[in-house]
Design a protein around this ligand. Structure first.
Ligand code: 5AD
Ligand code: SF4
Length: 333
C-alpha cells in the first residue's frame, strides 16, 4: 500500500480507515491546546530548525504567567486538555519550574484540564515527579524505528541515542503515562520498508497515541544541506510526502483501530487542508496552537511560514468539547 500509486485504491484505503475510526471510537475529534513554552533545546537533531547548533534561531521562553494564561484560554475555549511542548532541557531549576506549572494548571477549573507533556528525554525520576504533579500523557517520538536511519539524522554522540530514546519510552509507560510516539515520514534515505517497519514497531510497542507527520525541510539545518549534496539523501516531493503521511495514518488506524492518532501540524505546512485530510483518513486528534502569536514565529522546527497565517477550519467535524479525550486503547492495556 505504501508503494501503491493507484488513486482509487488509495482513496479506498483512506475511506476504510475513516469508517473504521467512526465504528471503533466514534465521530468525535478531540482538541489539545498546544503551548510551545520555549525553543531552547540541548539537542542538535540534524533536521530541526531549533536545534542547539542553529545560531540563526532567536530563542525565547514564555513566562509562567504567559503559560498559565494560555492554559486558562484553553479551559475557557473548552479544549479539554493542553500540551506543554518545548525543547529538551535538564537541571533542577527547569524540572521544578515544570512541576510548579503543572500544579498551577491543575488548579484551573478544579483539575478540568488534561495535561500532556512533550519535553524530550528525561530521567525516570523527573518523569515520575511530573506525573505526580498532574501530567498524565507524554509525547516522545522515536522519529524512525530504524536504528541506522536514526543515526543518520542525528549527530553521532551520546546525547542522541536510539537506545536511550527507547528506554525513556519504557520509563514513561511503567510510570503510568499514556505514552505517545511517532515518526517522521518522507525523510532522506527513508524507504517504504522503513515506513512499514515503523507501523509494526508502533503497533508492537502498544502506544495508545501516535503523532506522525511529514518531514518538512528547514533551510538552516544540516539535513537540508546533505539532501542537496548527497544523491542518496534525496526525499519525496511535497505531494508524495503528503500522500505517504495520509497512507501511514490510514494503515495505522487499520492495524490498531482504537488508538488516538493526531492530524499533525506539519501536514498543514504541505497543504492548507492537510489536517482535515488526515481527519478524513483516520486521525481523530487535532492540536491547535495556542502559543501567544508574538512567539510562534520563533518555534520553527521546520519551515512553516505558510502555516503562521493559517487558521484551522474544522467546520466539518464534531468536536469533543471539554473532554480529555483519552485513548480508549489505554484503558484496555
Ligand atoms: N520536519 C518535520 N517534523 C520535524 N520535527 C522536528 N523537525 C522537523 C522537521 N524538519 C518534529 C520531530 C519532533 C517533533 C516535536 O517535531 O518529529 O519529535
Ligand atoms: Fe530539540 Fe526536538 Fe528539535 Fe531535536 S527535534 S533539536 S530534541 S526540539
Amino acid at each position: 500500500m505504501l508503494l501503491c500509486k493507484e488513486p482509487e485504491t488509495i482513496g479506498n484505503l483512506y475511506k476504510r480507515a475513516a469508517d473504521l475510526k467512526l465504528r471503533t471510537i466514534g465521530p468525535k475529534v478531540h482538541l489539545r491546546g498546544l503551548i510551545e513554552i520555549s525553543n531552547i533545546c540541548r539537542k542538535n537533531c540534524l533536521y530541526c530548525g531549533i536545534r542547539s547548533g542553529n545560531t540563526l534561531c532567536e530563542r525565547y521562553t514564555l513566562t509562567d504567567e504567559e503559560i498559565l494564561l494560555c492554559a486558562e484560554h484553553a479551559y475557557s475555549a473548552e479544549f479539554g486538555s493542553v500540551v506543554i511542548q518545548g525543547g529538551e532541557r535538564t537541571g533542577k531549576k527547569f524540572t521544578e519550574r515544570i512541576t510548579s506549572l503543572l500544579q498551577r494548571i491543575k488548579l484551573i477549573g478544579n483539575g478540568a484540564l488534561g495535561i500532556t507533556l512533550s519535553l524530550g528525554e528525561q530521567s525516570e525520576e523527573v518523569y515520575k515527579e511530573w506525573f505526580d504533579a498532574g501530567a498524565h500523557r507524554y509525547l516522545l517520538r522515536i522519529e524512525t524505528s530504524d536504528p541506522d536511519l536514526f543515526r543518520k539524522i542525528h549527530p553521532n554522540d551520546r546525547y542522541h541515542s536510539y537506545d536511550r530514546r527507547i528506554r525513556a519510552l519504557m520509563d514513561l509507560k511503567s510510570i503510568g503515562y499514556q505514552a505517545g510516539s511517532g515518526v517522521m515520514i518522507g525523510l532522506p534515505w527513508q524507504n517504504a520498508e522503513h515506513l512499514a517497519s515503523d507501523l509494526l514497531f508502533l503497533k508492537e510497542m502498544d502506544f495508545p497515541m501516535i503523532g506522525m507527520g511529514p518531514y518538512v525541510p528547514h533551510d538552516d539545518t544540516p539535513l537540508t544541506q546533505m539532501a542537496a549534496t548527497d544523491p542518496t539523501a534525496s526525499f519525496p516531493s511535497v505531494a508524495d510526502r503528503l500522500e505517504l503521511s495520509l497512507k501511514m495514518i490510514s494503515l495505522l488506524r487499520i492495524l490498531v483501530p482504537d488508538i488516538n492518532i493526531a492530524a499533525s501540524t506539519a501536514l498543514e505546512a504541505l497543504h492548507p487542508k492537510g489536517r482535515i485530510m488526515a481527519l478524513r483518513s483516520g486521525a481523530n486528534i487535532v492540536m491547535p496552537n495556542i502559543t501567544p502569536s508574538d512567539y510562534r514565529k520563533y518555534y520553527n522546527l521546520y519551515d512553516r511560514k505558510a502555516l503562521l497565517l493559517e487558521d484551522l477550519d474544522l467546520g466539518e467535524v464534531e468536536i469533543g468539547f471539554g473532554e480529555w479525550g483519552d485513548s480508549l486503547h489505554f484503558n484496555k492495556v
